[in-house]
Design a protein around this ligand. Structure first.
Ligand code: HEM
Length: 503
C-alpha cells in the first residue's frame, strides 16, 4: 500500500507540474516578445529643421532680421523643439519648461558646456573657465562662491558706500544712464574684488575694456572666435591690458601680504589668492587674473545693463504706475528705517525686487544658453510629440523666447512686475525652468543674490534722491552681441530731491 501511495503521488502533482511549466514558458515568451519589440521599436524622429538656404542655413535671415525674429518665427512655425542650421552647424532649440529639464539638469557626461563654450577663452584668458577641465572649473567656481559670501564682503555696506558716486551729479542735469551705471557697477565690482586698489583714474579704463570684451563677444564669435575682425582685435587688446592691470595688482598684493591674510584684507582678491584646490595646490597668478576678469565679465555687463533697463522701464511713460509704487515703497521704508540700508531692509523692497525681476524676464542679459549633447536624449512636448536629439548636437535654450511664453506669462510683452505675486521669492505657475534669467539646475548663476542686491541698492538710492525723466526714446536691444544690452545712449534728465526720513 505504501508503494501504491507513492505511485499515486506523481499523478496528484501532475496538473500542478503542467500549470507551472505552462506559466514559465508563457513568461519566457512574453519577455522575448517585449525584448524583440523594444529592439524593433523605432526611436523618435529628430526635431524638425527650419527652412534655410543651402550651405548657409539661416545665416541670410539672421543678418536681415536678427536672432530674436529668426528663433521666434521658427518657434511659431514648428513648436517647442526645432533645429536651425547655421553654416556647418545644427542647433536644436528647446523652448519651454516641458522640454528643458535635461538641458538644465543633465549630467556633464550627458550634456555639457565645454564643447560649445571654447569661444569664450579669448575673453576670459588662459587657466580659467573653459580653458580648464570641468573639475578644475568647478573648484574655481567654489572659490568665487566662497569669496562672495556676504559676511566676508559686508556687501551691502560696501555697495551702499559707493553711492557717493552720484555726488558728482549736480542739482539737475542730463546724463547717459547707461554709461553712468556701467561706471558705477565697475566701481562697486572693483571695490568688492580688489579693495581700493583700482583707483579712480583706472576706473574709466577698466570699464572701457570690459565694454570692449563684451562687444568682442559677437554672434559670429561663437562660430569663429579668432576671425580677424575689428571687434575681436579690440577684445584681444582689452584682455591683454586688463591682464596687465590685474597682474600688477595681484603681485603687489602678494608682496604686501606674503602669508594668508584674509583676516587683514577682506576682499575677493585675497580670497582667490588664498584659495587652495582639493589637492592642496595654490592658485597661480595667471589663474587669479583670469578669475578676476571672469568675475568682472560675468557680473559687470549683466548687472549694469539690468540696471539701465530697470531705469528705461520705470521711466517709460506707460509705466508711471509702477514707478509711483516703487517710489512710495522707498518712502515707507525710509520712514521706518531712516537711512539704514542692510540685507534686512533690502528684503522689504519687494516692489523694487519685482520691478527688477520683470526687467530680467523681458531683457535677460544672456540671450540664450548653449550645451553640447554628449549622448542622445529624448524630449516630449506638452502636445505629446517625442523627438530624439542626437549625440553631438548643439542644443540651445533661448531665454528671450522662453521668458515670454504666453501660456506661462499672461500678456507676455507687457511690463507687469506684479505678475510675480506679493512677496520676494514667490513664483509664477509654469513649473521649474519657466523663468530662466539666471539659468537653473546644474549651472545656475552663483551671482544672483549679489546682482539683485547691487541693483536694488542703486535704484533705491536713485528713487530716494532724484526725480527722473527719460528724454531719449525707449532703447532698442543690441542683438549683435552674445550678451545683448540697451543699444545707444539712454538719456535721463534728473532733479535732485530731498526725501524726509519722517515722510
Ligand atoms: C543680472 C545679473 C546676472 C545675470 C542675469 C546672470 C545670468 C547668468 C546665467 C543665465 C547663467 C547660466 C549660464 C548657463 O547655464 O550656461 C549664469 C551663470 C553664472 N554666473 Fe551669472 N548672472 C548675473 C550676475 C552674475 C554675477 C554678479 C556673478 C558673480 C561674479 C555671476 C557669476 C556666474 C557664474 C560663475 C556662473 C556659472 C555657474 C556654473 O556654470 O555653475 N553672475 N549667470
Amino acid at each position: 500500500r505504501i508503494w501504491k501511495a507513492n505511485m499515486e503521488l506523481p499523478r496528484v502533482l501532475w496538473p500542478a507540474f503542467v500549470a507551472i511549466f505552462v506559466t514559465v514558458v508563457s513568461i519566457m515568451m512574453a519577455r522575448r516578445r517585449t525584448m524583440f519589440s523594444q529592439k524593433t521599436k523605432r526611436s523618435p524622429p529628430s526635431p524638425p529643421v527650419a527652412a534655410g538656404v543651402p550651405l548657409l542655413g539661416v545665416l541670410p535671415a539672421l543678418l536681415a532680421k536678427g536672432p530674436l525674429h529668426v528663433i521666434r518665427d521658427a518657434h511659431t512655425e514648428m513648436g517647442s523643439v526645432f533645429t536651425v542650421r547655421l553654416l556647418h552647424r545644427k542647433v536644436t532649440f528647446l523652448v519651454g519648461s516641458e522640454v528643458s529639464s535635461h538641458f538644465y539638469q543633465g549630467l556633464e557626461s550627458e550634456i555639457s558646456q565645454d564643447e560649445v563654450s571654447q569661444f569664450t577663452t579669448p575673453t576670459f584668458g588662459p587657466g580659467v573657465a573653459f580653458d580648464v577641465d570641468f573639475t578644475t572649473r568647478r573648484e574655481q567656481f567654489r572659490f568665487f562662491g566662497d569669496a562672495m559670501k556676504p559676511a566676508k564682503l559686508r556687501e551691502v555696506e560696501v555697495v551702499n558706500n559707493k553711492m557717493e558716486y552720484f555726488a558728482r551729479w549736480g542739482q539737475s542735469g542730463t546724463v547717459d544712464l547707461k554709461q553712468e551705471l556701467e561706471q558705477l557697477v565697475t566701481l562697486v565690482a572693483s571695490r568688492c574684488l580688489f579693495g581700493e586698489e583700482v583707483r579712480a583714474k583706472m576706473l574709466v579704463e577698466v570699464a572701457t575694456h570690459l565694454r570692449e570684451l563684451n562687444d568682442g563677444m559677437r554672434l559670429v564669435t561663437i562660430l569663429f572666435p579668432h576671425l580677424p575682425i575689428p571687434a575681436h582685435r579690440r577684445r584681444d587688446r582689452a584682455r591683454a591690458r586688463l591682464g596687465e592691470i590685474f597682474s600688477n595688482i595681484v603681485s603687489a598684493r602678494k608682496a604686501s601680504y606674503p602669508n594668508s591674510s584674509r583676516h587683514v584684507v577682506d576682499d575677493m582678491l585675497q580670497c582667490l589668492v588664498d584659495s587652495r584646490y582639493k589637492d592642496g595646490r595654490a592658485t597661480t597668478e595667471t589663474e587669479v587674473v583670469g578669475m578676476l576678469v571672469s568675475a568682472l565679465f560675468a557680473g559687470q555687463h549683466t548687472s549694469s545693463s539690468t540696471g539701465t533697463w530697470t531705469g528705461a522701464r520705470l521711466l517709460a511713460r506707460a509705466n508711471a504706475k509702477q514707478l509711483c509704487a516703487a517710489v512710495q515703497e522707498q518712502e515707507r521704508i525710509l520712514a521706518r528705517h531712516g537711512n539704514r540700508l542692510d540685507y534686512e531692509v533690502l528684503q522689504e523692497m519687494d516692489t523694487l525686487h519685482r520691478c527688477v525681476k520683470e526687467v530680467l524676464r523681458l531683457h535677460p542679459p544672456a540671450m540664450m544658453l548653449l550645451r553640447h549633447a554628449r549622448q542622445s536624449f529624448t524630449v516630449r512636448t506638452s502636445e505629446g510629440d517625442e523627438y530624439e536629439v542626437p549625440e553631438g548636437r548643439t542644443v540651445a535654450s533661448p531665454l528671450v523666447i522662453h521668458n515670454r511664453l504666453p501660456h506661462v506669462f499672461r500678456d507676455p510683452e507687457k511690463y507687469e512686475p506684479d505678475r510675480f505675486g506679493p512677496g520676494i521669492g514667490e513664483d509664477i505657475a509654469g513649473g521649474a525652468f519657466s523663468y530662466t534669467a539666471f539659468g537653473g539646475g546644474r549651472h545656475a548663476c552663483i551671482g544672483e543674490a549679489f546682482a539683485y542686491m547691487q541693483i536694488k541698492v542703486i535704484w533705491s538710492h536713485l528713487l530716494r534722491n532724484f526725480e527722473m525723466e527719460m528724454v531719449s526714446p525707449f532703447p532698442e536691444t543690441d542683438w549683435n552681441v552674445v550678451m545683448p544690452g540697451p543699444k545707444g545712449k539712454v538719456m535721463v534728465r534728473y532733479n535732485r530731491k530731498r526725501m524726509s526720513a519722517a515722510a
